[in-house]
Design a protein around this ligand. Structure first.
Ligand code: ATP
Ligand code: MG
Length: 329
């Protein structure tokens, strides 16, 4: 069985963007691939985090994955916490020593996040090397992701190719798996940008944990434009296109069908329908989330995921450390 691997940072509550780009893809493919789904808590501290909130967000994220349809009982599903497996950091260090600094500082995410944090840390710079380690330790065929992480997967691919050329076949070259609809859900208040869970404007993102009323309110006050025409044009009409995209993700329809359904109508009706589509999917997730949180299954899932993945990571790391000349032969 080929492998699929992805992670969602516990840097806040998960958004409908994280659902579109990450979780929904895992749910769609989980029966066909051996799936590695992890919580990248080491990535989360590349920007400041409150330790108590970080602990909570980790467990909440696991419960939300399961609530959204990830099946922890599948034999081929491994759910784990990044920091519980020390090989990620070890391999990351080796990658850092093989990545030109300029390759890291030209990454879109680095540019965007360093602009928000005046005293940004070195971890924010080397983030893509840690992500490359997360991926390459497990030889996945695909990395399901939104468009924002495509550049980082490219960097992991380039590292893998360079290592294979220099040290012999060590890594499988992974491919990003980007959804055709919902690869970039946009910020509701500033649709030029992508929606993010670590936003400081709570009106900008719809969180999977938002109460029904809040979801409706946020969508009803989404920024659109003033020409009053419903059509899909991401460049000139990012706000309206975003609403059509969210509608399609949450109803399973195509963009063309969504446009056909709403064209000629008003933005208010479109927003109402989008809010209804999101609520009707997300509210049942929230019921299931509460069940999972009360079920006491999370620790067992994480213990099993940790033990299984450490073995795979250890074997890969041994090959790499020998290849680069570390320790004893
Ligand atoms: P942060 O603001 O802390 O970076 P985030 O919302 O960007 O949080 P990540 O943990 O960085 O979330 O990314 C988790 C997954 O969700 C990745 O696969 C990423 O590509 C995807 N993703 C993030 N935001 C969006 C979005 N707006 N639309 C589609 N996919 C997204
Ligand atoms: Mg992000």
């Amino acid at each position: 069985m080929d492998r699929l691997l992805t992670g969602l940072q516990p840097s806040g509550s998960l958004t409908i963007g994280n659902y579109a780009g990450g979780i929904s893809q895992i749910v769609n493919y989980q029966k066909d691939y051996e799936t590695f789904l992890f919580v990248p808590d080491m990535h989360a501290i590349t920007v400041p985090q409150d330790p108590e909130a970080l602990h909570r967000n980790i467990i909440n994220a696991i419960a939300m994955y399961i609530a959204c349809g990830v099946d922890p009982n599948l034999e081929n599903m491994h759910i784990y916490i990044q920091s519980e497996n020390l090989y990620h950091a070890n391999l990351s260090w080796i990658f850092e020593c093989h990545t030109p600094h300029g390759d890291l500082t030209r990454m879109h995410q680095f540019k965007a996040k360093s602009a928000l944090h005046e005293a940004f840390t070195e971890g924010l710079v080397t983030y893509p090397d840690l992500m490359a380690a997360d991926i390459l330790l497990y030889d996945p065929k695909y990395v399901p992701t939104g468009i924002d992480q495509k550049q980082h997967v490219e960097l992991a691919r380039n590292l893998a190719i360079r290592f294979n050329n220099r040290y012999g076949e060590l890594f499988r070259i992974p491919e990003p798996l980007i959804p055709t609809i919902g690869a970039k859900i946009r910020d509701l208040q500033n649709p030029e940008q992508k929606m993010s869970k670590s936003t400081d404007n709570p009106k900008a993102s719809v969180f999977l944990s938002d109460p029904e009323k809040t979801i409706r309110k946020k969508i009803m006050s989404a920024v659109t434009d003033s020409d009053g025409i419903i059509k899909f044009d991401e460049e000139n009409k990012p706000g309206v296109s975003n609403l059509l995209t969210i509608y399609s993700v949450f109803t399973g329809s195509t963009i063309e069908d969504a446009v056909a359904k709403f064209e000629g109508g008003g933005y208010g009706d479109l927003k109402k329908a989008v809010a209804e589509a999101v609520v009707s999917k997300v509210v049942p997730f929230q019921d299931k989330y509460n069940e999972v949180m009360n079920s006491g299954i999370i620790d067992d899932i994480l213990d099993a995921g940790r033990d299984y993945t450490i073995e795979i990571a250890r074997e890969k790391y041994e090959l790499v450390r020998k290849a680069v000349g570390f320790g004893r032969i």
